[in-house]
Design a protein around this ligand. Sequence first.
Ligand SMILES: [Zn+2]
Ligand SMILES: [Zn+2]
Length: 465
Amino acid sequence: MLHSTLYFLPLNCVLTTLLFGGKHGAFINMHVSLTVYQLQQEAPRPKRITCPQEVCAALFHGVISRDYADELLVGTEGAYLIRESQRQPGTCTLALRFGHQTLNYRLFYDGKHFVGEKRFESVHDLVTDALITLYIETKAAEYIAKMTTNPIYEHLGYTSLLKDKMVHRLSRGRTEPRRVTFQRDEKISSPLVRRSALKDMPEKQCSYEKIHNFKVHTFRGPHWCEYCANFMWGLIAQGVRCSDCGLNVHKQCSKLVPSDCQPDLRRIKKVFSCDLTTLVKAHNATRPMVVDMCIREIELRGMKSEGLYRVSGFSEHIEDVRLAFDRDGEKADISASAYADINIIAGALKLYFRDLPIPVITFDLYSKFIQAAKLPNAESRLEAIHEGLLQLPPAHYETLRYLMAHLKRVTMFEKYNLMNAENLGIVFGPTLMQPPEQNALTTLNDMRQQKLVVQLIIEHEDVLF
Ligand SMILES: [Zn+2]
Ligand SMILES: [Zn+2]
C-alpha cells in the first residue's frame, strides 16, 4: 500500500520551470510536464565507436590524440570510445560525447569498471549510467538542488504513525534518570545519608533516537525516494537503503533524514550480536528480552547457587542457548527442564553482553568511566560515574539499570552464593566495558578500573539510577 502510493506520487510532481542552459548561455524557461523519471527515459543512449581500422573493430583504440577521438565522436550524443592516454601511457581514458562536447574521464578497472564511486560490470553500463546522470543533472540541476527543501518524509502516514508509537513507547518505556548532585561534604559518608542528601534536578530531555543504517543500494525497477519523493535515477547504486528498516532514499537525502529508524523485525535476523538499541526498538521493548528472560530464570532458581556468574557452564550448552534465542526469540525454552544447570543460563547472559557490537557501557563513554574510577575521592568518583550513566543511550541505560538491580540482589545471597560486588565486578567489568581500540596492554591496564566501575555501580545502584 505504502509503496504503491509512493510509486505514483512523483508522477504528479511537475517540473514547472525547467531551466537549462542553451549553447550560447541563454536560459530558456520552459513549462513542461517532466519528471526526473521521464528525463531518465530521454537521456541519450550509449553508442560504441569502434576502431575504424578495417581489421580491428575494437572499442579500445590504442594511443590516439584527443583531437582524433573528437573527430570520431562528433555529431553523435552518447558516442564513446576508449583510448590510451597520451599524457599517462598505460592508463585508459573514456571519451564520451555529451552536450555537444567530448568529455574525457580516466577509466579504472579492478575487476569492475569505474570512473567515480560506482562500479560497473561493463563499460557500456558505466556509460549508460553516466549519460543518465549527466542528462538529468544538466536538465534539472536547479530542481535537484531544491529537491530536499520540501521533503514528503514528515507527511507520510507511516512516519507519523511511527512517531505516535515512539512517543507512546517513550512515555512507558524509559524511566527518566534523576539528575542528582553528590554533596562533597566529607562528613556525609554512609550511602543512606548520602542518598538523602541528593537533590533532584530538572529532568534531562532525552529523545529515543536511532540512526538509520544506510548502505548504497542498486534498485531493480523504478524507485522513488521516500524522503523527497523524487525518482532515484541511474542504472546502479541509485540511492541508499537502511538495512534495519528498509527506508530507501537518495544519497543526498540520507544526510537529512531524521534519526528515527524503526527497525523491522523481519530484517533483524539474530538476537545475539545485534546492536542493543536496534534490537530493543525492533521488539518495541525497554530491554532486550534475553536479559529479562535470563535474569528471571536465575532469580527463580539460581540465587543460592555457589559461584553464580563465576562458575562457567558447558560452553556447548551455552552455545545451544544462544542458538535457541536466535531461532525462537522469546519462545526460547531456558527452563530447568531444558537446562538444569543454572550456570548455563548465567553463561548465556554473559555471552550476550560480551557479543554486543557496542558494549553496554559504550565505546564513546569508556574512557570517561575509566577516568572516573581513577579519581581519588570517593564522592567525586561516584559523581563522575553518575555523569557517565546519564550519557548512555536509553536502551543501554535501561539494560544496565536492570542488570545492576539484579546483581545487587545476587549480593544479598552472598552467604550462599559467595558472590559480592567485588567479585561480580571482576566477572562483569570486561563484559560490560571494552576499550574502543582493543589491545592487550590497555585491557590489562584497565582491568582494575573496569572491576571498580562495576563494583561501585552494584554497591550504589539505588543511588546512581
Ligand atoms: Zn532505518
Ligand atoms: Zn530524495
